[in-house]
Design a protein around this ligand. Sequence first.
Ligand code: PGA
Length: 256
Amino acid sequence: MTFTIRVFNTPHDAGIYVASLAEFVIMNKRNPVLGLATGQTPVPFYESLVRLYECGLDLSHVTTINLDEYVGLSAEHPQSYFHFMKSNLFSKTNLSSSCTFVPNGASANLVEECLRYDEILKNYPIDLQILGIGINGHIGFNEPSDTLIAKTHVVELRHETIKSNARFFDSEDQVPKQAITMGIQSILQAKKIVLMAFGTEKSKIIEQVVIGNVSTTIPASILQFHPDVMVILDQDGATDLLKNTDYLDANHLKIK
Ligand code: PGA
């Protein structure tokens, strides 16, 4: 199965496109469910989705399910993923607070919290899953490992992830060492997946994910088994992929 690739000039342009994909799902499903991601990558998408809402797109019937949350951070913590979602999307649209799900990283019983989240995933099959990618190939917080875990679970974050995410905290030692993440099976059950990656630092991993072997050491490579994945890149994120001229020709991609 090959991915559908789109290379945009800027993350802003890509964000407008992904928001239009979300609008299509929202307009055409009776009970649309979006799987959502946090981090820097999806910010232009959320900006565009908020613009669409301001221009008349109703989100009141939409359910959203986030991929992950840091363990130990309450919803109010400025670096929690719930807080990120609230400030970038939830508070700016008419999404219903009873239909926006984010794992509770502050739960006193994380095992039960994982089971609760799997129940939510069972009740609301995801129509469109938005993904970013870590520089080590993680999706959600499914880190490189010998085994990829199917269901929602608690994960020890890898050093490269902690180092990378330190940019959002005052210092590296403030980054939580654990997270709750949706499992690989839940991600693969989404009807359609959009994987976004911007910037030169994501370029090498994108090349490996798209044209390399499938391996648990590059979790995103398992997306090769999904029948409907779009890979949304900016020019920098596509640099290494676009060096593969055979791939370029076969996919009608052009270097600008
Ligand atoms: P980023 O994170 O969008 O902030 O680069 C992506 C990820 O780690 O999944």
